[in-house]
Design a binder for this molecule. Structure first.
Ligand code: SF4
Length: 252
C-alpha cells in the first residue's frame, strides 16, 4: 500500500505532523505550489551544491558572482510555480535569497572542505516493503554531516537534536562508510534585518538511530494500514498555512 517503494524523512515528518496531509500529498498526489520560503531555500541550496561539487577536487571556492548567478537562475526557474503571498514582492524575495547565498559563500563556505555533496543514500531493511531514501547535503573532510537551512528567525539550540533528517543521515553514513561520523551540523541562514549565520552542532548516538528506526517502522505500518486522520494540533494547520484546508474540511 505504500505509494512508493521507499520512504524519505520528509514523508515521515509529514506523516508525523498530520497523517491526513500525508495522504493528500503522497497517496492522492495533490501537490501544492511551493511557498516562497521553500523556493528561497531550494535556490540557496543550488548555489551551495554548485560550489561544493567542484570544491571536492579543486579545494577552492568559485567566485561569489558565479554562485549568485546560479542562485538567481534557480530562483527564476522556480518563481513561476511559486505561490507568493499577496503582500510579497517576488523581486524582493529574490534579492533576499541572493543575500543569504552571499552570506553563506562569504562566511561558511571558506571553512568547509567537502568530500561528498548531495550523496544519494538508500538503506534497505530486511523483511519490509520499504527502504529509506535521502540525499546527504554535505559531508566535510572533518567527518561532519552538514545541512543548510534558511529561516526567518534564529533557531533554538535544540533544533539540531530534534532533526530526524540528521539522524537518518547519520545512520546512512554509518551504513555507507562503516564508521561513525564526527558529528552533525546545521548552518542556518537567518533572514533578520541584517542576515546572519547560526551554526548548530550536535551528535547522534546509536540509541537515537534505534528510536528513529522504531518511528519509521510505526509510520510505515500506519501508512500500509491506511491510518490517516487530521492532526489539527500542529503549527502548520490553519486556513492560511495548510493548502489542504478546504478539502480537509469538506471531506473529513
Ligand atoms: S488542514 Fe490541518 S488537519 Fe487538515 S490536512 Fe491540513 S494540517 Fe492536516
Amino acid at each position: 500500500m505504500l505509494p512508493k517503494s521507499h520512504l524519505s524523512v520528509s514523508q515521515i515528518n509529514t506523516y508525523i505532523r498530520c497523517p491526513l496531509q500525508y495522504k493528500y500529498r503522497y497517496i492522492d498526489g495533490l501537490i501544492l505550489p511551493p511557498k516562497s520560503a521553500l523556493t528561497k531555500g531550494k535556490s540557496v541550496h543550488k548555489g551551495v551544491e554548485y560550489n561544493y561539487s567542484q570544491k571536492i577536487e579543486s579545494h577552492e571556492d568559485v567566485k561569489l558572482s558565479e554562485v549568485q548567478e546560479v542562485v538567481a537562475a534557480e530562483f527564476e526557474t522556480l518563481a513561476p510555480e511559486t505561490e507568493f503571498e499577496k503582500d510579497e514582492d517576488p523581486g524582493k524575495v529574490k534579492d533576499e535569497t541572493i543575500s543569504l547565498a552571499t552570506l553563506y559563500h562569504k562566511e561558511v563556505a571558506p571553512t568547509v572542505q567537502p568530500v561528498a555533496v548531495e550523496q544519494k543514500v538508500e538503506v534497505e531493511f530486511e523483511n519490509t516493503p520499504y527502504s529509506l531514501l535521502g540525499y546527504i547535503d554535505v559531508l566535510d573532510d572533518q567527518g561532519y554531516i552538514r545541512d543548510t537551512k534558511t529561516a526567518s528567525k534564529s533557531p533554538s539550540e535544540n533544533e539540531i537534536n530534534k532533526s530526524l533528517q540528521l539522524t537518518a543521515y547519520a545512520m546512512a553514513h554509518r551504513t555507507l562508510y562503516g564508521k561513525e561520523e564526527a558529528g552533525v551540523k546545521l548552518d542556518y541562514l537567518v533572514q533578520t534585518k541584517t542576515p546572519k549565520v547560526v551554526t548548530l552542532e550536535g551528535k547522534r548516538t546509536q540509541k537515537d538511530i534505534e528510536r528513529f528506526l522504531k518511528t519509521m517502522g510505526i509510520v510505515a505500518h500506519a501508512i500500509d494500514n491506511q491510518i490517516f486522520y487530521p492532526n489539527e494540533n500542529n503549527y502548520l494547520c490553519g486556513p492560511e498555512k495548510c493548502g489542504y484546508w478546504e478539502i480537509c474540511h469538506r471531506e473529513y
